[in-house]
Design a protein around this ligand. Sequence first.
Ligand SMILES: [Fe+2]
Ligand SMILES: [Fe+2]
Length: 217
Amino acid sequence: MHYLFEQLTKGIRFTGDVPTDVRALFLKWGLSHTSEHCMRVSKEASQLARRFSINVGEALAAGLLHDISNIVPRSEMVALAEALKLDVLPEERDFPAILHQRLSAEMARDIFQIDNRSILSAIGCHTTLKKGALSLDKVVFLADKIQWDQPSTAPLRDAIRIALDKSLDTAVLCYLNYLWERRSDLAVIHPWMREAREELLTIEKDKYSGVIQLCNT
Ligand SMILES: [Fe+2]
Ligand SMILES: [Fe+2]
């Protein structure tokens, strides 16, 4: 294990049971709120996985682990990413919090011994998504937004659920368009998010334009 991760997990006795160990990690750092969020995202992702016929176990694991790097202070995220030899993008340097998706994937791999590439991919793009995203990436991305526990996002949650009745891609595009319409208010426009939206628009625009409007209200 990387020595920085050893420091972050010092004193924790890992059991091998991911939910138990995730709870222990968040408890150590006083992040019970994030712990509960991860449990809810895991459950939501597993339900979406079942609905869209993808691997439920992978969805459960990715949901549990998606925010584990929130134990790292935002002010230290760039330094940690560099210590792990990640190629930090300019947008991530400007707004380090967005690096937490990639840092969580690194921690899942090194601390929790996750070597499943689908799980690591879904954790690593759960905030922005990315071009060429697979179904598991999309499921975890949406589960995180549905279980985002800010009251202001409740209407959007309803819109995502309606769009999900159409398809997974419709719901993803619905949310990405919502972000795009508000891009002037965003701290940063991550290139992965822009590329994911452009790719889906190319494929889905005509087919789903009516439903996509739901998220722009
Ligand atoms: Fe997150
Ligand atoms: Fe999250």
